[in-house]
Design a protein around this ligand. Structure first.
Ligand SMILES: Cc1cc2nc3c(=O)[nH]c(=O)nc-3n(C[C@H](O)[C@H](O)[C@H](O)COP(=O)(O)O)c2cc1C
Length: 327
């Protein structure tokens, strides 16, 4: 497929990229090839810092990416106590002049302060106006708006409501996250006021993703009715494909019955589960390895493609949509 013409927005201007499409950071999924392919396809690739441990591997992957693509890339840093390596992850990212850091799950204050005056920009995950205004005041460079129905830990509000609402109250560039799979969703997100989209679930069903074939097949086969929201995997409500394995896990057990009686204990156990799932030893019983996280957009994903094909088809379809809208 021929390379489509660039689509310009505030996001593409900020990072000198051709298309306002970011391959989203995904725990245990984002790998070096996905990041490089996203950059080489005219968008941006990202990965969660916690995918590369110990810290030497993290620095090595940054250097490898820099040596294999000119395109801008980003790293997600979890800015919450459960991440013991956040200081080091930040320090290395600044030293290596990583173009974008995306903060999630906590306060981005220290990340914003330490990157000030460097080549690294900071976007923050937000799910509503209060946090969006707070991070704008702290000096963030942009927002990733995580809507309901997104893969991983989605927000609670529909992007149809959230994008125009935040656009009205915040002046930062906005990236829409949740069910952004194709030209239709790119057109909708830009029409609502976003400056770009985050593609998560769509690029799990890509040739570059090194997940189980069963995971890719489950995404291709599933519809929105097959997605369940549960906090049983890692302590926070997240969206997962209803596989046999997940159904087994969802059967109520004694611990959950006790937890449901007491909110504070429930919160403490949730934090513990999150810390173990993200930063604990690999290969434990409940993990993203044996459960398949995916967003409500699965119904619009029909085949496994390369990331280049996904991005190019998205841009071609976006242009067709603009031409064919009812007048
Ligand atoms: C398997 C999986 C793992 C994820 N891990 C992370 C993560 O480590 N950090 C993060 O900021 N977001 C994470 N997310 C959320 C994505 O970055 C993105 O917001 C989301 O996938 C967008 O929704 P979509 O899947 O409908 O495209 C994850 C999503 C999935 C599906």
């Amino acid at each position: 497929m021929e390379k489509p013409k660039p689509v310009q927005t505030r996001l593409t201007e900020m990072f000198k990229m051709d298309y306002p499409i970011i391959g989203a950071p995904m725990f245990l999924v984002s790998n070096k090839d996905m990041v490089i392919a996203s950059c080489e396809a005219g968008g941006m690739g990202t990965f969660p810092a916690h995918n590369f441990r110990p810290i030497e591997n993290y620095r090595k992957v940054i250097q490898d990416i820099k040596s294999q693509t000119q395109g801008p890339f980003g790293i997600n840093i979890i800015v919450q106590k459960s991440n013991p390596s956040q200081e080091k992850q930040l320090e290395i990212a600044i030293e290596e002049e990583v173009p974008l850091l995306i903060t999630s799950l906590g306060s981005p204050k220290s990340v914003i302060e330490k990157t000030r005056g460097t080549k690294t920009k900071v976007f923050c995950d937000v799910v509503g106006l209060t946090h969006a205004k707070k991070v704008e005041d702290l000096g963030a460079d942009g927002l990733v708006i995580v809507g309901s129905g997104a893969g991983g830990h989605g927000g609670e509000t529909s992007l149809f409501a959230l994008i125009p609402y935040l656009k009205k109250h915040v002046s930062l560039p906005l990236v829409a996250a949740g069910c952004m799979n194709d030209g239709k969703s790119l057109a909708a997100a830009l029409a609502l006021g976003a400056d770009g989209i985050y593609m998560g679930t769509r690029i799990i069903a890509s040739k570059e993703a090194e997940v189980l074939d069963d995971y890719k097949k489950a995404i291709v086969d599933a519809g929105p009715e097959d997605i369940v929201n549960t906090d049983r995997v890692d302590g926070f409500p997240g969206n997962f494909i209803k596989t046999k394995n997940l159904e087994k896990m969802l059967k109520p057990n004694l611990v959950d019955n006790v937890l449901s009686q007491n909110k504070r204990v429930k919160r403490a156990v949730s934090m513990l589960r999150a810390g173990r799932a993200l930063f604990g030893p690999q290969g434990q019983k409940l993990s993203y390895k044996n459960t398949f996280s995916a967003g409500h957009g699965v119904g619009n994903i029909e085949e496994v493609l390369s990331i280049r094909e996904i991005f190019f088809q998205t841009v071609v379809e976006y242009r067709q949509i603009l031409q064919n809208l009812p007048n």
